[in-house]
Design a protein around this ligand. Sequence first.
Ligand code: ATP
Length: 355
Amino acid sequence: MSIEVRNINKRFGDYVALNNISLKFPDGELTALLGPSGCGKTTLLRIIAGLEQAGSGQVLLDGEDASARHVRERQVGFVFQHYVLFKHMTVFENIAFGLRVKPRNIRPTEQAIREQVTKLLNLVQLDWLADQYPSTLSGGQRQRIALARALAVEPRVLLLDEPFGALDAKVRKELRRWLRRLHDELSVTSIFVTHDQEEALEVADQVVVMNKGNVEQIGAPADVYNRPASPFVYGFLGNVNLFRGRIHEGVMEAGSATFRVPDHAKVQDAAGVGYVRPHDLDVQRYAPGAEGIAVQLRHAHAIGPLAQLELVREDNQELIEAVISRDQFAQQSYTEGDRLLVSPKRLDVFVEQVG
Ligand code: ATP
């Protein structure tokens, strides 16, 4: 089922939680709603589900206005951060619950319920837990059972609100990969709320970056990461170094350094900010006359295949973070206090003020 929201507005008192949001969620795709706490992700999810009323705007399910459809008729499955399984029911009965409470005329037979629950237990790879009670399960197992329970009624849309938010980092990583595989198998249109950029970029087909009730950008994970539409998206999707300066005829002057700017920012004369990710900085030893920004190595931290360098610009004492390979770090035997030169291999520029 495809989902579309058109011009959705939502206020809580004077507070604007959603500001004229229009988005499409294609059929069978997994979309991540990504943004900092309080940006409106959950509110949007609840409006799509029919749990919350929008101030104005429309929700379309397969092209049809959903306003007249009650939550139960929207055929959505939910998984929340703390999904409360019924404590007094076994895992099997928890999954079967949604089928057992269906109206009599559409309730599956006992035999069909058994088959469906067994299929789901296999799907979430927890068939061996069928007769256990929730209190004996780990957090990760509970969330997988919660997902099986949401899937039992064969929803046409799956809404997941930080489903792995309460779990530790390692389990979280495992489960998000597992969710991706599961989604590939089922192809249910799914919307996944998260404030974890890595999670969104790894799991989703489409990422919607939200900020203060607005959509900042929507696109494939590689697009939003490599071509951020705004400084907010740039900063939110990973570490970044900022170079503030003036752009003039295709060149940006930032302190004592000059950079060539990309085509889109080739304005005549403007104030702007250059953005460079730590791994997009080229680092070499200082040599008089060579191009680049002169820095001093303040601290180095080599972890796994990479070395993180904390550098201080000589011209204005600002900090710069660079990431190079551990091999380069070892070959060059950089030590704290060394004078180095950095230059962007790739620079994105946002123009702030023309003239
Ligand atoms: P989080 O990641 O922290 O859950 P979120 O992006 O999901 O954040 P929402 O839960 O959608 O954000 O909330 C958006 C804003 O609306 C927040 O500032 C929140 O305080 C406010 N808000 C949400 N629900 C209500 C409510 N029922 N009454 C008043 N304000 C609310």
